[in-house]
Every structure is written in structure tokens, then in C-alpha cells.
Write a protein that binds this ligand. Sequence first.
Ligand code: UVW
Length: 324
Amino acid sequence: AGATAQSPMEILQGDAPTNWGKWGEDDQVGALNYLGEAEAKNGAGAITSGKTFTLQIPMTSGSGPVFPGRVPTQHFMATDAGVYMAGKAEPAPGGIKYSDDVAFMYLQGTTHVDGLAHAWYGDKVYGGKSEATSVHGHTHADVGEIGKKGIVGRAVLLDVGRHMGSDDLHRLPTETCIHLKDLEATAEAQGTTINKRDILVIRTGSIARFWEEEPDEQWNAMNEPGLCYSKELLSWLDRMETPMIATDNIAVEKVVQQIDGETYIIPLHGALMRDMGVVLSEIWWLDDLAADSAEDGQYSFMLVAAPLKVEQGTGSPVNPVAIK
Ligand code: UVW
């Protein structure tokens, strides 16, 4: 039998940075290992006023920005005041009444963190483990491992939408591919120093557009702005020991990218998650934090975020908290 042909991703990533084995054979959280006690204290050191921002989008039943193929959360009441009002249930002894609710949701159908085994190419996931560890749930590098560790550190907001956006709402136009030089120019314009091991929070303005345009007609995850794959970006993230990248778009990166004449869908997912173990987190709500930062000029803050401990899960909802 002949050798199996390599996929374009395998060829593209041939000489790219990899962190497999760096934190041990069985490591499950990748570049989050860069966040330890010193980095947590460093995060706390970024706090100046104590102003707090929660960065999850609202979870509205039946509506929300999701990656094509997923559906928004469906929320149902299992029991509510109606049962008492209709005389179908009695209050508990003592008089307490209560409601209960249930949700059907894609765990990546709102603001979420991806486990490192969520996306891969070839037949290996993060750490060089076989893709067989990703059958019927992930027995390696599931999001629950990130839930156990938690994400705590210093973060910087790079408001690329405000720096390069072309409209009053400080949003990047659709189809914009964000390059390393754009991140650097944004940091410079903001007067922000990006330190090693900072969590990068990148604002494009994309998600806000979902509520401003007719979702099914104009907001299209495939065309939304996002990071652009380049070796230069990968090497920089590697040197900066970036633990995680969070964005207010659907996939951190621009979903469809052309590289050397070839079409790739979410190539950075392969390069960052699978090869470098950099954690990706998407669909953040950054407009309030960004407006405040534009006003007071403070773009660094403490970030605290913990996905749920979904054992063997691919992704998990999260409501990150920024403390300035
Ligand atoms: C996909 O990879 C399809 O989704 P996410 O953006 O949640 O990583």
C-alpha cells in the first residue's frame, strides 16, 4: 500500500512551532500551563479601579450568533408559576413555590472555550495523541481539563475594530483578515504594552453586528473578520508564550482563508490548538469593555474565566470576567 497523501494543513504546518511534549506526554491544557501563580498575581496587579465587566453574550432562546451547522440555545421551563396558577401543583410544605428550567444547547453555541482536542488535522490531536481519543467524546484534552484548571491572568484588549474600523461603531468590515502588524499597530495606537504570557482579547466588532443586521441575511459567520494565518503570527505567539486568544467573532480567525493559492477553513484552529496548545475562545461581548477602555485608556486587566467541567467535552459556555 502507498503512503497516505498529506493534507494541505500537514504540508503547511511542516515547519511551524509545536508544543507537543513541552509540558509532559499527557498534558491536556497546553499553553495554559504558562499561567501559574506568578501570572495570577500579575493579573491582580493590573487592577486599578476594580471596575468589572462580564464578557458573555446574552443567551436568548432560539436566537444567537452560531457557527454554521449549529443552532442557538433552546430554553424551556420544566415547571413554573403556571402550574400553581392552574391549580396543578401545591406549594411545598411551608408555602415555597419554585420553577425549573432546561436547555438544549450546542456547548459552543454561545460565548465559549474550546478544549484543545476540538479541532485537528491528519490523524493526531493536540499532544500527538491519536484522533481515536476523540471518538465518543474526548479522552484526551477535553474542555473539562481547562475547567479544572481555570483561566486566571493578565489580559490585554486589542481593539482592532476601533483602530482599523471604518464605521461609527468601530467595527472591521466583513472579509477583513487581521495580520500581526495590525495587532502591533493597534497596541501602539492604544499605548498598550503586550507582555509575555498575556491573554490576548481581540475586538473586531463582529458579534455586535449580529443584532444590528438581519442575522440570516447579512451576518454570515463565514465572512466575518478575524485573524489571518501566517507563520510570522505563529512564531510571535510562540515567543510571547501566549496562553489563550479570545475574540468577539465566531472563530477567532477568519473562517475562509486563501494561503498560497489554496483554500483553508479555520487553519489557525489546527496551528494554534492542535500544534501549539494555545486555547481559543470565541463569541465574546467586548463592546462595553472597549468603550470603557477607550475612555480611560486602560487596556490591561485581570481576566478570570472558567469553562464548565464537561468531562470529555469539546467546548463549554463561559462568562469571562474582566476586572480593571
Ligand atoms: C469550529 O471550529 C467550527 O468552531 P469554534 O469556532 O467553536 O472553534
